[in-house]
Design a protein around this ligand. Structure first.
Ligand SMILES: [Zn+2]
Length: 101
């Protein structure tokens, strides 16, 4: 998957920006890294915006990627715990869907 790494500081993100929001001067360089990562935190969603209401309850996890400092906000297939290893299952309507390995 694509991540964007600042060429001046440690900042990395999965979304591209014109300029690094952390140091304000660096340019973000595109990198291709493994989607595999570790669950950093998660939240169970029981009340969702209308467009996701049919999916509830679901889990949104913050995944720390193995090969980048970037973290990915993803919906997960099934329950996860902090520390679980997960990888990208598919992308749905622009949302990352991860599953436990
Ligand atoms: Zn930076």
């Amino acid at each position: 998957m694509k991540v964007y790494q600042c060429d001046q500081c440690e900042y990395a993100s999965v979304s591209n920006k014109y300029r690094c929001p952390s140091c304000g001067t660096g340019k973000l360089q595109e990198q291709d890294v493994s989607s595999r990562g570790t669950v950093y935190s998660y939240t169970d969603i029981h009340i969702a915006p209308a467009e996701f209401a049919h999916l509830t309850p679901y889990t949104v996890a913050l995944i720390q990627l193995d090969e980048s400092k970037a973290k990915v906000t993803a919906r997960t297939n099934g329950n996860v715990e902090i520390g679980d290893v997960a990888e990208l299952d598919h992308i749905e309507d622009g949302a990352y869907i991860y599953r436990k390995c």
